[in-house]
Design a protein. Structure first.
Length: 151
């Protein structure tokens, strides 16, 4: 309201990661407000989400098929994981030693889930600017079943 000269500008809302849970709600509220003629009308044109979290219940069983699809683990390991774990990679029967061994082999691939093209542990010690640039996942603790030792 303080800058009416901007009211006609197109508005796009974007976010990534956890914003996948927030941005759609914000966009819906703006859209509802526009439909109800609530002032100021916002010239909402669209929204974009990058690598969004869309559900608070993350399906960690999809991580291994994704890693295989991206070429991060071998066909042999993937086929063995499918056979021994039967698609259940998150909650593993402790008596299923073959699956546990395959999961250990998977862990050695050190896949960085947030950005699969970046090595998980490229060097032993970080420079201060690298520490500041690193983003952390809100669901980091949920990954511990696949990688309890992240460097």
């Amino acid at each position: 309201m303080d800058h009416p000269e901007f009211l006609s500008n197109p508005v796009y809302i974007g976010g990534d990661s956890y914003a996948g849970l927030i941005v759609p709600g914000v966009v819906q509220q703006i859209s509802n407000g526009n439909e109800e003629n609530i002032k100021p009308l916002i010239n909402l044109q669209g929204y974009i989400l990058g690598n969004p979290l869309t559900d608070s219940n993350v399906d960690w069983n999809s991580v291994i098929p994704f890693a295989h699809g991206m070429g991060l683990i071998s066909d042999e390991l993937y086929e063995s994981l499918k056979r021994t774990c039967r698609g259940q990679y998150q909650i593993i029967d402790p008596s299923n030693e073959d699956c546990l061994n395959d999961i250990q082999a998977y862990k050695k691939a050190r896949v960085e889930y947030a950005h699969v093209l970046i090595p998980k542990c490229p060097f032993a010690s970080l420079k201060p600017q690298d520490v500041l640039d690193r983003s952390r996942s809100l669901a980091e603790h949920s990954r511990e079943f696949l990688d309890p030792d992240p460097c």
